[in-house]
Design a protein around this ligand. Structure first.
Ligand SMILES: [Mg+2]
Length: 388
């Protein structure tokens, strides 16, 4: 596509309730949105970076500058491919000299994919899963619940979420806030609900550092029939994850560790995980994320699509990715109202009975959502327009 302008902005969406994980609490979700404009239309992207560098090194203000000052100029001057425009498959070459910043790169790619899909009259879900059987029409509803103060509070919230249609519940855990919380969660959920715990790397099994060995605490979770334990140990520690996997019955799923398709294959091959959380922004590419899902589908590896407290735009893209047939487990795909009272596009809703609801996959061209431009302007705290 020919790109004449890149609009990058920061929006601020208050969360319905603050969201706490072992790495920090988010009360207002600021996020970077990107709009690419050219003679043939436009496309929208969202950067998944959180307000502070707590999930990974990227954060909102840094992503805004990276897109405005580093990535947008490369897109607009297009030194690699001349003046004929750039396609999404060429972006890795265009950004090859920029180290890191996968979420900023994925935001540009998402906008370009939206732009391309609109021009080609195809949905993003079809673009990401072009081969038979193609994308699913809906995805199962899954919800992530942050760290709460008491097991009772967690049990109450889980019961409410299941009543709203969620059949898969993920809860955040941290050392000392695990066994009794998971026990309460399983009792509240019953046996039929898919239960996942996410530690965001908060545990240690390194016996050389004092007496630190959280493997015993984690093995106590085996009795609760969890679908998986997500990212129990530090992101850069695949070897200890493989050791932990040998000591637990519960499958290990990795999130923060899986920063590329090749690291994902290495982690699977060495037994550091047996379940894959696919996040396109973490890979720096929606196309790479779809490739990972192809790999998982071809090797019978369970996989699911994770979220990042995304606004409706990022959520639309995540739903499109989750419609890939390789996403065989329900992921972090929840209704917009779970997090935000107002959003940048019409809300996504959960349909269906308690414990078995789903969210429809947009079928329109590109992201398939109507961007609420007026509301975006009202929620914007900073905006820049970069022209060719
Ligand atoms: Mg996670």
């Amino acid at each position: 596509m020919r790109i004449e302008a890149v609009e990058v902005r920061i929006v601020a969406l208050p969360l319905v309730t603050p969201f706490a994980a072992s790495h920090g609490t988010t009360s207002i979700r600021t996020a970077v949105l990107v709009r690419l404009a050219g003679p043939d239309g436009e496309g929208w992207g969202e950067c998944a970076a959180l307000p502070e560098p707590t999930y990974s090194a990227e954060f909102v203000d840094d992503a805004f500058l990276t897109i405005r000052d580093v990535l947008a100029p490369r897109l607009l001057t297009n030194p690699v491919f001349g003046s004929g425009g750039v396609s999404s498959v060429e972006l890795p070459a265009l950004f090859a000299d920029v180290v890191g910043h996968p979420m900023a790169k994925a935001a540009i790619e998402m906008a370009l994919l939206d732009f391309e899909c609109r021009s080609a009259n195809v949905s993003l879900a079809h673009r990401l899963a072009p081969n038979p059987p193609g994308p699913t029409a809906s995805v199962p509803a899954g919800v992530a619940i942050g760290l709460l103060d008491t097991p009772d509070a967690l049990a109450q919230q889980i019961a409410a979420q299941i009543a709203e249609g969620y059949g898969r519940v993920k809860i955040k855990i941290a050392p000392g806030r695990d066994i009794e919380f998971v026990r309460a969660a399983r009792e509240a959920a019953g046996r039929d609900i898919i239960l996942v715990v996410d530690a965001n790397g908060a545990y240690r099994i390194d016996g050389s550092v004092g007496e630190i060995d959280d493997a015993r605490a984690l093995s106590q979770l085996d009795e609760f029939d969890l679908a998986c334990i997500e990212q129990p140990l530090a992101a850069d520690n695949l070897l200890d994850h493989a050791e932990l996997a040998r000591r637990l019955d519960t499958p290990i799923c990795l999130d923060e560790s899986l920063t590329s398709a090749s690291i994902t294959r290495q982690a699977l091959d060495m037994g550091a995980c047996s379940v894959v959380c696919v996040k396109a922004p973490r890979y720096g590419s929606w196309l790479v994320a779809a490739d990972v899902l192809d790999h998982c589908a071809g090797n019978d590896i369970p996989a699911w699509v994770g979220g990042m407290l995304d606004t409706g735009l990022g959520r639309a893209a995540n739903i499109a990715l989750a419609a890939h047939p390789g996403a065989t487990m329900p992921g972090d795909i929840s209704a917009t109202s779970r997090f935000f009272s107002e959003d940048v596009c019409p809300p996504f809703v959960v349909d269906g009975p308690a414990g078995a609801g789903s969210i429809a996959v947009p079928t329109g061209n590109g992201l398939g959502v109507a961007v609420d431009q007026l509301r975006i302007e009202r929620l914007t705290t900073n905006v820049d327009l970069i022209r060719a």
